[in-house]
Design a protein around this ligand. Structure first.
Ligand SMILES: *[C@@H]1O[C@H](CO)[C@@H](O)[C@H](O)[C@H]1NC(C)=O
Ligand SMILES: *[C@@H]1O[C@H](CO)[C@@H](O)[C@H](O)[C@H]1NC(C)=O
Ligand SMILES: *[C@@H]1O[C@H](CO)[C@@H](O)[C@H](O)[C@H]1NC(C)=O
Length: 316
């Protein structure tokens, strides 16, 4: 019997009166074949000490059944397509679970791990460890199936803008990383080749690869020696890779505040997003449909606003 499995999950945050945050993540398996259509909803309950997995409603006597007893962890994160769950169990142990069978499929022993992330399809685990010398390659990309490292490199430090070091698009067909004055592209079928393409961008300080499709990469170069900061968007198509498809040349003052610029890859629009409060921009996230984005901004108490991609405000 061939069945098609689809998975969805979404997040709900439930704030408990005792101020401890419990997070519930729901996901659903649709098993559909010609004869049957069966929906299994699971709930991942995240508590300060770990996570457990419950079955979804309807509940017997109002109580969910425990599908997986609490696993102690500090971090739990789904792969983007929901097939696998990465769990940081301690400062030296990371496990990967299969979300369909709810079983642990691989466990990694990685001393002093400071950060870890799972690739969009759940193929790779990427870890960051403290390193004392450039010989000590502290960023490792692991093949989850085999448990072996496929690529290793040295990176002195890690911040929100430089982690994860290797960025994947949603179908893992494009992989790149920011290096000094360049963006390096890799062959996802063979990491041993190293960087197969380099795009030179002097002074680049942050990059972001588009997810689905992985057709463009945005690069930020901060203001330096009187030259204003810029954001450039490059096409990942090899033939046009060296040409920025758009450059933000707006000469607005960035002193003392942060602004949010919105640029389209086809160059049809560029400009500031109209935020209604002074202060820093704390976070920006696209919705999964890519039709709207949410911005949290301003001095405390911060404001949260959802914009549609044509920049009409929905909700504040
Ligand atoms: C996620 O990607 C993996 C690897 O391609 C695939 O085997 C799996 O079926 C995908 N899962 C979903 C829910 O799309
Ligand atoms: C590492 O940290 C130093 C000092 O905090 C900083 O100057 C440097 O830019 C950082 N490098 C990277 C790659 O983040
Ligand atoms: C922006 O500023 C730079 C340096 O001050 C100047 O050379 C450039 O002409 C300005 N561009 C615009 C569009 O005003």
């Amino acid at each position: 019997m061939r069945s098609l499995l689809l998975l969805l999950y979404w997040l709900l945050q439930e704030h408990r009166s005792n101020n401890a945050t419990r997070e519930l993540q729901y996901w659903t398996w649709w098993k559909s074949s010609q004869r049957e259509r069966e929906i299994n909803l699971f709930i991942l309950a995240r508590e300060p000490e770990g996570f457990s997995i419950w079955n979804g409603p309807p509940f017997n006597n109002g109580q969910p059944n425990i599908k997986l007893e609490r696993v102690p962890c500090t971090v739990s994160k789904f792969s983007e397509n929901g097939s696998r769950l990465m769990v940081i169990k301690s400062t030296s142990e990371i496990s990967v679970y299969d979300c369909h069978s709810l079983t642990e499929i691989k466990s990694f022993e990685i001393p002093s791990v400071l950060a870890a992330t799972i690739s969009p399809l759940g193929t790779y685990l990427q870890t960051f460890q403290k390193s004392s010398s450039p010989q000590d390659k502290n960023i490792v990309l692991w093949d989850i199936q085999t448990g072996s490292p496929v690529y290793q490199l040295f990176q002195k430090n890690m911040s929100k803008t430089t982690w994860p070091s290797l960025q994947f698009n949603s179908d893992e067909s494009v992989v790149c990383r920011m290096a000094t004055n360049e963006i390096q592209f890799f062959d996802p079928s063979d990491f041993s080749k190293g960087a197969v393409y380099r795009l030179r961008i002097p002074g680049v300080a942050a990059i972001e690869l588009s997810r689905a499709p992985g057709s463009h990469v945005a690069a930020f170069v901060p203001e330096s020696k009187g030259i204003p900061a810029s954001v450039q968007i490059f096409s990942c198509n090899k033939d046009s890779q060296s040409l920025p498809s758009d450059v933000d040349k707006t000469n607005k003052s960035y002193y003392g505040e942060s602004k949010l610029n919105y640029l389209t890859t086809d160059g049809s629009y560029e400009g500031l997003v109209d935020l209604r409060k002074d202060g820093p921009v704390h976070d920006v996230q696209w919705s999964s449909s890519g039709l709207e984005f949410a911005v949290v901004y301003g001095f405390m108490p911060a404001k949260a606003t959802i914009f549609d991609k044509f920049r009409q405000t929905y909700t504040t």
